[in-house]
Design a protein around this ligand. Structure first.
Ligand SMILES: Nc1ncnc2c1ncn2[C@@H]1O[C@H](COP(=O)(O)OP(=O)(O)OP(=O)(O)O)[C@@H](O)[C@H]1O
Ligand SMILES: [Mg+2]
Length: 254
């Protein structure tokens, strides 16, 4: 079993998008995978998947009102999802760290924890209870600098930082992959381009790998999943920024 937290102290860096799409792409490869919304204060998974009013959520599990299996829902791809409640009322008197006592009941090959932004206890809890940490950042200095804090937090209890996924990539002014690797002292294992299909998928309340499987971001997430599943070589598409540069040159933007 691989228990991985998808983390970054930077808000809005693409953690939830990466958690869902990595999870669904692993399910498409035939893997048994559970994605958990380990972001109790600002949960997103249920909204991203079009089911905001689920009767039983992780909050109920942490309050001792339900078994974790009762809060597990299956997506059409086969991926299992454990959402958190979007209601403020359910946020009281629960501790995300208690999730560790429920995780042994999950028999999936991969468990993905979608973490909260920041560096407080809520953001650190998924890192503490996971075996591996996947760092998410956009290829800009503030985002990578924030991601470095997450690397440091993960290294303190000696967690295995699996690598970084760069999201919303492809701008000619992006940080170079090599520079990101130098700053984070870990390899970049995925590069997901800026892709309008992500928003289009959001409107459909579906993961992009499920509804637009041939889109650039879906292909990047499927490559990441192959790597995680041990099927594929590490494939980081360094050509994307160059391709964008070439396109901009061809259409006369620079
Ligand atoms: N590759 C991409 N191309 C275009 N838009 C993207 C891409 N990845 C993520 N986004 C958009 O960026 C926004 C933030 O993404 P997401 O919710 O996954 O970030 P997050 O790190 O989970 O945020 P939070 O810190 O609030 O939990 C969303 O609107 C999402 O649709
Ligand atoms: Mg999120």
């Amino acid at each position: 079993m691989v228990l991985v937290s998808v983390s970054s102290s930077k808000g809005g860096s693409g953690k939830s998008t990466t958690s869902i799409n990595l999870g669904v792409a692993l399910a498409q490869l035939g893997k048994d995978v559970t994605v958990i919304d380990a972001n109790l204060s600002t949960p997103n998974l249920s909204m991203y998947l079009g089911a905001p009013n689920l009767p039983i959520t992780l909050h109920h599990v942490l309050k001792g009102e339900a078994h974790i299996h009762e809060a597990t829902y299956q997506h059409a791809s086969g991926a299992k999802i454990i959402p958190a409640s979007i209601s403020m009322r359910n946020f009281e008197n629960i501790n995300l760290a208690d999730l560790q006592y429920h995780l042994p009941h999950i028999k999936s090959e991969f468990i993905i924890l979608d973490g909260a932004a920041g560096i407080d206890a809520e953001a650190q809890a998924p890192i503490q209870m996971s075996d591996q940490v996947l760092i998410v950042a956009s290829p800009e200095l503030p985002s990578v600098a924030d991601a470095l804090k997450t690397v440091r937090i993960a290294q303190h209890p000696g967690k295995h930082v699996r690598g970084a996924v760069l999201t919303r990539a492809g701008h000619h002014l992006d940080l170079k992959i090599k520079n990101v690797e130098t700053i984070l002292e870990h390899p970049v294992i995925g590069v997901v381009p800026e892709d309008h299909h992500i928003k289009a998928a959001l409107v459909k309340r579906e993961p992009v790998v499920h509804v637009f499987p041939q889109s650039p971001s879906a292909i990047a997430y499927k490559q990441l999943a192959s790597y995680f599943a041990g099927h594929g070589e590490l494939f980081v598409n360094e050509e994307i920024p160059k391709l964008y540069k070439a396109m901009r040159w061809m259409i006369g933007l620079r």
